[in-house]
Ligand binder design. Structure first.
Ligand code: NAD
Length: 379
């Protein structure tokens, strides 16, 4: 099997889809690995680190992908890049297919078998392959670091001869993977932390991290979780009650970190301009959902903006802000999936099309869009 890793082409992408560790693992499966020169630089992985584990370095993207069976990327390549890849190759990446249906078609036209890693089912066997979790965890950590950088005050309580500094109050909205790591990180920095979520199961997790749980806990709340463990869209009545509770709570906070998402839908609007205007001068909001429409009114993708008394942080690709760590986990996620597609005996690509992981993630195959969410409807 020939595995190829061209460099990422988005200037904001510092991550890389393979590490020296996963090169070693792929080599142990009998694969050949080619990495484009410089692909790991922004993740602090020089070419020599790859060659030491047995990878070949190719000078450009074209030479990298020549005759590749499997191509690994962090992001979906441009339509032109996909066209230049060998027909029939397996392309494994985070594909961001919603709203990019034309590119999914281009992937099919290019004859690639495209695997969208973000569609990996959340079952025990696939936990090691879950890029959403590995990257959201780091985004939650980084959100607190970004908040601390913009915040003009100290986070922990400090009792000094010159007086006592109060601890910052941090409120985390959405207690999924990112939110829970944000809670833990803010606690480590000494903040007084509270959090909210619409999934009842999150209450215990929030409390076990030493944070206070804030939510309208009525009947609807108790039912609000899908079988996949994701959040449901809440009723207008629930949203109104929750907004009132949250508004009075936010007015007392120094830092608000929002992470709320609902799969396949725009991010729910949780913080309005009025709520921000009721905050203290120097407050900070970090919106981790900004790429999906934003939880915070006025958040600007890729920017830090002044909003009344507060600053709203809306950085893009937050896991990419700690690229060196993010790449370690991302590459391991990809390896763990691809490993299941390689026959250990004859060292060849052997995809079991009936495997539920394959069925859930394959977007395109044999020139067609095959994923149920994107394939042309037959009626
Ligand atoms: P996510 O990124 O889809 O959403 C982030 C959080 O926002 C979720 O907790 C969601 O409930 C919350 N949210 C949505 N709307 C909200 C609103 N209006 N107000 C407040 N909060 C709102 O979620 P995620 O981090 O991917 O995790 C979702 C669930 O899946 C969690 O229970 C997590 O533990 C679970 N999970 C399971 C596995 C596995 O079993 N392999 C892996 C990862 C995550």
């Amino acid at each position: 099997v020939k595995i190829a890793v061209p460099a990422e082409t988005d200037p904001n992408e510092g991550r890389v889809a393979i590490t020296p560790d996963t090169v070693k693992r792929f080599k142990a499966l009998g694969a050949d690995v080619t990495v484009q020169a410089g692909a790991g630089t922004t993740s602090r992985l020089p070419d020599e680190a790859y060659t030491e584990e047995g990878a070949t370095i190719a000078k450009d993207a074209k030479a990298t992908v020549a005759e590749a069976d499997i191509i690994l990327r962090v992001r979906r390549p441009s339509d032109a890049d996909m066209k230049s890849y060998p027909k029939g190759a397996l392309l494994v990446a985070s594909m961001d297919p919603y709203g990019n249906e034309k590119s999914v078609e281009a992937m099919a036209k290019a004859g690639l078998t495209g695997v969208a890693m973000e569609f990996m089912p959340r079952i025990t066997r696939a936990q090691v392959m879950d890029i959403l979790s590995s990257q959201a965890n780091l985004a939650g950590y980084q959100a607190v670091i970004d908040a601390a950088e913009v915040y003009d005050r100290a986070m922990p309580m400090m009792m000094t001869a010159a007086g006592t500094v109060p601890a910052a109050k941090v409120f985390v909205m959405g207690a999924g993977v990112a939110g829970l790591q944000a809670i833990a990180t803010a606690r480590r920095l000494g903040a007084v932390v509270s959090a909210t979520d619409v999934r009842p199961a999150s209450k215990e997790q929030v409390e076990s991290l030493g944070a206070k749980f804030i939510a309208v806990e009525n009947e609807e709340f108790k039912q609000a979780e899908t079988s996949g463990g994701y959040a449901k869209e809440m009723s207008d009545d629930y949203k109104k009650q929750q907004a009132e509770l949250v508004a009075s709570h936010i007015a007392k906070q120094d830092i608000v970190i929002t992470t709320a998402l609902i799969p396949g839908r725009p991010a729910p609007r949780l913080v309005t301009k009025d709520m921000i205007n009721a905050m203290k001068p120097g407050s900070v909001l970090v919106d981790l959902a900004v790429e999906r429409g934003g939880n915070v009114e006025g958040a600007k993708a890729g920017d830090v903006v002044e909003a009344g008394p507060a600053k709203v942080v809306g950085y893009l690709n937050v896991p990419g802000r700690i690229a060196a760590t993010a790449s370690l986990l991302f590459a391991k996620n990809l390896y763990s999936f691809v490993e299941t597609l390689i026959d250990k005996e004859n060292k060849a690509l052997a995809i079991n099309w009936d495997d539920e992981l394959v069925q859930a993630t394959v977007l395109t195959r044999d020139g067609a869009v095959v994923h149920p969410n994107f394939a042309p409807k037959s009626d």
